[in-house]
Design a protein around this ligand. Structure first.
Ligand code: ADP
Length: 398
């Protein structure tokens, strides 16, 4: 069974074609600048075919999907002989609200329900919907599945997902914490159980997804019981450019003092804050680490804030679950930055964590970085959201 995995953004579209017989990626690629001019980079990974990397006209997502299908099936760059060889499509959808606690086969009713979630994710859901509609237009009756970033966190209990604001806002408007990165937290937690050789139903895990956006998830018996992002992905840890937790009074103060609108304010909090805002240098941890080593104090501070926040949230989840069996690091920073992992783990002495600094030097592969006598196992697990989407799609349509 061959499954096309699609992650559609407002002007981009990422894809992978996965052969589910052996879960291998046959081709992957990225359409960019959709609606502006257009660029496609298509990388075949089987059959020794060359990479396609060219500008081409992509006025809408439909042309982007058509271009992807064209490349996937072409004699020169293709990995399958025709569109009929693609058995199903799995779509990443950011927000499923309280309607979706798991992945679903896409029907007209499901499309309506995803549209109803647009107010919760006004930038992301419309782009995801456009991607699905374009695929339906180009690929016709091929079965399609939606996999939601929020779904995994629907198992959170009320005490964890509620905000302490008047209850009517929850009841009437759905104001609550939803959490994001659910597909990633689900993947790494189940992989951790495999590596530990124990059933996930008896484990207490803490997963730290640390990339441009970062979130932490407490996972008990395979279910998310708390997570650091909220109604939107703005909160929790300080991130590349997002502020993380912030007193709402600060927003009022800055808006009043500098006469800026709520839209401008949110743009600052989403795009100009986080480690970029504090350091004034970069949102990228590689730049921050280099500058901090060279003596830049604000870069040092931004990194220290990040480590401190991760440690603080992990500690609160260890308390919430009355202990933890394993702590997992994943995503761009978690998979690659050994100094970040080491600095964060230095807070975990009280948990009995001991890091094997030699093992921690490696990057980008599944590995245990704690010593055999560490009371809590610390793992690095490269995330694979596309594989989760493909597996869910196979399960639902297969
Ligand atoms: P996204 O949230 O966009 O999917 P990623 O998970 O790919 O992001 O993470 C991207 C971030 O990972 C980069 O901005 C950078 O901060 C960090 N990163 C990637 N490689 C390294 C590295 N070798 N050392 C430190 N940080 C890294």
């Amino acid at each position: 069974m061959k499954i096309l995995v699609i992650n559609a953004g407002s002007s981009s579209l990422k894809y992978q074609l996965i052969d589910m017989d052996n879960e291998s990626v046959m081709a992957k690629g990225l359409c960019e600048r959709i609606g502006i001019d257009g660029h496609l980079k298509h990388t075949p990974l089987v059959g020794g075919k060359p990479v396609y990397d060219e500008n081409l006209s992509l006025p809408t997502h439909s042309e982007a999907i058509s271009a992807v299908i064209d490349k996937l099936t072409s004699a020169e760059y293709g990995v399958v002989s025709s569109m009929q060889d693609i058995d199903a499509v799995g779509h990443r959808v950011v927000h499923g609200g309280e309607k979706f606690a798991s992945s679903v086969v896409i029907t007209d009713e499901v499309m309506d329900a995803i549209r109803e979630c647009i107010p919760f994710a006004p930038l992301h859901n419309p782009a995801n919907i456009t991607g699905i509609e374009a695929c339906r237009k180009v690929m016709g009756d091929v079965p399609m599945v939606a996999v939601f970033d929020t779904a995994f966190h629907q198992s959170m209990p009320g005490k964890a997902f509620m905000y302490a604001v008047p209850y009517e806002y929850y009841k009437n408007d759905g104001i609550r914490r939803y959490g994001f990165h659910g597909t990633s937290h689900r993947y790494v937690s189940s992989r951790a159980a495999e590596i530990l050789g124990r059933p996930i139903e008896e484990l207490k895990l803490i997963s730290c997804h640390m990339g441009n956006g970062s979130s932490i998830c407490a996972i008990e018996n395979g279910k998310s019981v708390d997570t650091s992002m909220g109604f939107t992905p703005l909160v929790g840890l300080p991130m590349g450019t997002r502020c993380g937790d912030l007193d709402a009074g600060v927003i009022q103060f800055i808006m009043n003092k500098y006469h800026i609108s709520i839209d401008e304010m949110l743009n600052i909090l989403n795009k100009k804050s986080g480690v970029l805002g504090v350091s004034g240098v970069s949102s990228d941890f590689r730049d921050l680490e280099k500058a901090a080593e060279e003596g830049n104090e604000r870069c040092r501070l931004a990194l220290d804030m990040f480590y401190y926040w991760v440690a603080k949230v992990v500690g609160s989840y260890a308390a919430a679950m009355n202990g933890t069996d394993a702590i997992i690091f994943t995503a761009g920073i978690g998979e690659n930055s050994s100094s970040t992992r080491s600095a964060i783990a230095s807070y975990f002495g009280y948990l009995g964590v001991r890091i094997d600094e030699e093992a921690n030097k490696k990057r980008g592969e599944d590995m245990v970085i704690s010593t055999p006598d560490s009371k809590v196992t610390v793992l690095v697990i490269p995330t694979n959201e596309e594989l989760v989407i493909a597996r869910d799609t196979k399960k639902l349509v297969g």
